[in-house]
Ligand binder design. Structure first.
Ligand code: SER
Length: 309
């Protein structure tokens, strides 16, 4: 990667990723973009307002900056997608299609994140294999499987250098996630610091895969810099650093804040989504093919989150 364009760069992943990429590759070699525009987006380096569903604007932006890599993060998350599946399809599929076409035209490498949401109720729940049943029951999941297949297709048919991971729930303190099912694992830390209490919309005993943002950022950079000859499963690699349920995260917070309390106010929509996803992924393909090696476990992440919020 030499000159990088990030779409959806003001979101949860993009905020942390842009900062780290600018540290490694240089401020002006990382172009951030988003549908939104605010004066503060321009402060850390080149920023352009761009809607990824506008094919012409997408192409012109990538061409103008002569980028060699596109990290396409613009997407709608699972819970928001169930409320507005049409918008989700437009951004998650048509926007992704544009990223493929732009990358093909300009010869760019392309990263697209998939998700644990690409799995469904018929997927094996524990140690979910790299290659397995993917019959998701959410609009988000359907868009993610579509994305994985389209990225494989462009690689096979046009030799495009597409790469991706299936992210679990991502936890960070710099930017909040918007409209996901795993967001409770971020909100809980903010509420712990603010009120000493959290009411969880995800029920006791619901295990989901999770990862701390520094490990997610490292995984994107490692995968994009990996030797392509070693990549068998390009789109997309299972990645995860931990699997926990709400009681586990509560206990982890109580080790530092003994007075922290939690109760439950389960949201049936997000609970149904969580129930359709795996408990824990098998990440061996990512470890073997490009050295995926996350550093944060639950307690180490809790310590860092509570320190930084
Ligand atoms: N964090 C995402 C969500 O909950 C999953 O990829 O929608």
């Amino acid at each position: 990667m030499k000159k990088i364009l990030i779409t959806g760069a003001t979101g949860q992943i993009g905020t942390d990723l842009a900062e780290e990429l600018r540290r490694i590759y240089g401020r002006d070699n990382v172009i951030t973009s988003s549908r939104r525009d605010k004066p503060e987006f321009h402060e850390a380096g080149p920023f352009e307002s761009m809607d990824c569903t506008d094919a012409k604007a997408f192409y012109e932006l990538a061409k103008k900056h002569e980028v060699d890599t596109i990290l396409h993060l613009a997407a709608i998350l699972s819970a928001q997608g169930e409320k507005n599946p049409n918008l989700l399809w437009d951004i998650n599929v048509n926007g992704l299609y544009n990223s493929l076409e732009v990358s093909k035209e300009l010869g760019c490498a392309l990263f697209v994140p998939s998700s644990i949401g690409s799995f469904g109720p018929s997927t094996p729940r524990d140690h979910t294999p790299q290659t397995t049943i993917q019959r998701p029951t959410t609009a988000y999941g359907i868009s993610k499987v579509t994305g994985e297949l389209l990225c494989d297709y462009y690689h096979l048919k046009y030799g495009l250098d597409t790469r991706g991971v299936r992210f679990p729930g991502l936890i960070s303190y710099k930017a909040l996630p918007g409209g996901g099912t795993t967001d409770y694992a971020v909100h809980i830390y903010h509420e712990a610091k603010k009120n000493g209490h959290y009411s969880s919309y995800i029920d006791k005993g619901t295990y989901m895969d999770m990862m701390y943002m520094p490990d997610a950022v490292d995984s994107i950079i490692q995968l994009m810099e990996a030797n392509p000859d070693k990549l068998i499963d390009r789109n997309a690699f299972n990645v995860s650093a931990m699997s926990f349920e709400p009681e586990d995260i509560k206990k982890s917070i109580q080790k530092i804040m003994p007075d922290f309390t939690m109760d439950y106010d389960v949201d049936p929509i997000r609970q149904a989504i969580a129930d359709s996803w795996p408990n824990s992924l098998d990440t061996s393909a990512a470890r073997e093919q490009w050295g995926f090696n996350p550093k944060f476990d639950l307690d180490k992440m809790t310590e860092d989150m509570l320190k930084n919020i």
